[in-house]
Design a protein around this ligand. Sequence first.
Ligand code: ASP
Length: 464
Amino acid sequence: MKDRVYIRDLKDHTGKEVVIAGWVDVRRDQGKMVFFDMRDMTGKVQCVALPSRAEVIEKAKTIRPEWVLKITGNVNKRPLKNVKEGVLNGDVELEVTGIEVLNESETPPFAVNEDTSGVNEELRLKYRYVDLRTDRMQKNIRNRHRVLKFIRDFLSNEGFIEVETPILTKSTPEGSRDFVVPARLYPGKFYALPQSPQQYKQLLMTGGVEKYFQIARCMRDEDTRGDRQPEFTQLDLEMSFVEMEDVMQVNEKLFIELVQKLYPEKKIQQIPFPRIPHKEAMEKYGVDKPDIRKDKNDPNLLAFCWIVDWPFFEKTEEGGWTFTHNPFSRPLPEHLDWLMKKENIEKIYTTQYDIILNGSEVGGGSIRNHNGPALEKVFEIMGHKIENIRKNFGHMMTAFSLGTPPHGGIAWGFDRFFMILQNEINIREVIPFAKTGEGRDPMMDSPSEISDEQLKELKIKLSK
Ligand code: ASP
């Protein structure tokens, strides 16, 4: 829009006529005058229509909240007694000289000029595009961008490159159920959506990338979701020629700098972050993600800790073994021999490190097995048949036989980490287009049925 001034910058135009554009926040009729607040992506300003401009005041009386307007007006200093200290445009207002209605709006399903945390969530998610206009949601969405940008810049400076990995992929054991996509060209076959980029990022290490990261979308089809989302965002990274401390230290540096630069009001309880062995955490706190905050009522206190020395395997209900974190992990060097001999299985510790923040797990990773026989042993211990291991993970074995460097990495549950930074209590508040706790999207109405033609094309028959 020609000559448009952003509301944040109005002060620089005091005494001049400007054009702004945005939404009507509230309207207040006061006797002969009409006041209304206008809002754009940069902030709000009070507009006033004076009785001396008959045409303007007539139009001002018709406008309603959430209408989209282009306003021409003079930026005036407010009389001293009306100045609002510490508020954007608290000392100026716009004397309206012209109103152009760009679009009208029905009465919104809930008030936009108030915090919507008390509004029915189904309704908020159905009209998410309206919800996103509120102050709090604008802050969440804009700070999300700033945090992601900080991460991208930091990691780029550390020599990492961002690489996109496929979304249409193959089932990978990440401890959850896969979402699958039927492959029309291969009737009866399915792609799986990634539970994480785990295998691809390891293969990038074989590919000589050495330092990879990705802001990666992950999909997991879980039964009881609670505060989980079927799709969520990870900061995923992987590095070659590293040991546990190398990965932990670069992440710790990133956490610290990010908090200090973007959330200066917050303080980190302890630097370097304490490293607590899993056994000690269980004995001392009774949980594997301890909340070690000295003051749990301080909204600005961030207590990070690393949990290390995790058991590699745990018993399944059927009496077999399963991995506790990640089947691709390498045991601690001193336990590798046990793995290879399949001895003392309950005593084998993995190189896993989890990062805990205020009692929430916000990430985890490990050093990986970079040779075939060790990976094969992990799956053998879990009772997989050798043919199946080769069928499912043959590509990893082959890659490992073709010059894969030692490597390790981590993934942050980005939404949860960011939720804590924003002092929100549920991740749906920080995911722009979140699904309900039951995994539905009330706005798009998904999941939804597909047509008979689509099913036919896919050669899929539904059983009743
Ligand atoms: N891929 C793992 C996960 O999604 C994280 C990692 O070990 O890097 O939990």
